[in-house]
Each structure stands twice: as C-alpha cells, then as structure tokens.
Design a protein around this ligand. Sequence first.
Ligand SMILES: [Ca+2]
Ligand SMILES: [Ca+2]
Ligand SMILES: [Ca+2]
Ligand SMILES: [Ca+2]
Length: 210
Amino acid sequence: MSLLEALVATVILAVLLGGVFAFLVSARDHFESVTIESDLRDRSRIVMDFICTELRQASAATIEINDSPTTLAGSKIAFKKAIGYAGGALQVGPVNAFTWVLAPEETLVGVDDDADGVLDEGYIRYSDGIGDRDLNDNCSSLLEGEVEDTVDNNGNGAADERGLFFQRKTNVANSIVAEVIVRLTLIKRDRFRRVIYETSSEAAVTFRNP
Ligand SMILES: [Ca+2]
Ligand SMILES: [Ca+2]
Ligand SMILES: [Ca+2]
Ligand SMILES: [Ca+2]
C-alpha cells in the first residue's frame, strides 16, 4: 500500500467514525429530551392532582383569590377545608393556600438573575395551615402562550398571568359559582441548561361543600 492509499484509507475511516459519533450524540440527546419531557409531564400531572385534591375539600364560602373573596383570577388561592358539621353548621379548618412564588435566585423582576435563559422562574408554595411547603418544581413566570406585554396572548381572558393561575367562574347573573379553573405551566432545563422544556395543563374543580 502506498502512502497515498494509506492516507485516503485513514481519511475515509475518520469520516465514518465521525458520522457514527455524531449519530450516537444525537441519539443520546434525543433520548434525554424524550426522558425530560415525559418526566415533566408526569410531574405536572402529580402537581395538578395534588392541587385539585386539596381544593376539592374546600368550603366554597372560604375561597379567596389573591386575598380577596371577590377577585376572580390570580396566582394565589386560599381556602379552608370543610372538616364536618357541628350543630348543623359546617366546620372548617385553618387557611390553606397555593401561591406562585418567585424563585430565590430571581430577585429582580424583568432580569434573568441566574442567567439560565428563563426569566423570573418561580415555584409553587403550599401552605397547609401549619407551615409552608415548597413544591420543588420550576413554575413558569408566565402561563404558556403569554408574553409580558399587558395583552392576553393565549386568549383565556387574563393578561400576563403566572404559570400557576386560578380563575373563578360566574353565572349569567354575574355571581361567583362554586367552581375554579386551575392552570399550570411547569418548566425544566436539560443538564446543559440549553433547552427549556415546558408543559401545561388545566383542570376544573367544583366545590361541593358550601
Ligand atoms: Ca429575575
Ligand atoms: Ca432565570
Ligand atoms: Ca392569558
Ligand atoms: Ca401577555
């Protein structure tokens, strides 16, 4: 074999190996992204189920959105659970709440403080009347489809709503009815923090206790 033939053979081998390597990297990235997406969907389902299960036990009369019994929509819902009847009157427990909270590393609003490519990410705080428990998920600053521009980009009736968002319903007479819509957008980054994955869900909860 001449030197030239050896050189050509080496180049061909290098090209082939390069192709195999690129294929393996892309297969690994694809596997990782599929895994992250399915983890995120599972987690979203668990969080949504938890919120709805807790809310279903609420006494409808105790519901407050953003600390007001008449506010129709917001990123905080407070409620008291119905715990039984005594002397014909419904008894309720302490105040429980779900609240969207800005992540501790995101101190300035409008600035990506931790430079991870996600602006003002938050999480969900659950207060059970005894203490606060932080659900360990990144909850998006804005619900899917929204951009910060005071316009309702995703057409759900609210502008620039948070990734955790509660909406009460009213009847034709404009009275609040015993139902709330829960909307949730969770986000997750890949390990290089290059790609942000996002998943959204919504559910309606009807309050059976007065
Ligand atoms: Ca920030
Ligand atoms: Ca950030
Ligand atoms: Ca909206
Ligand atoms: Ca908007």
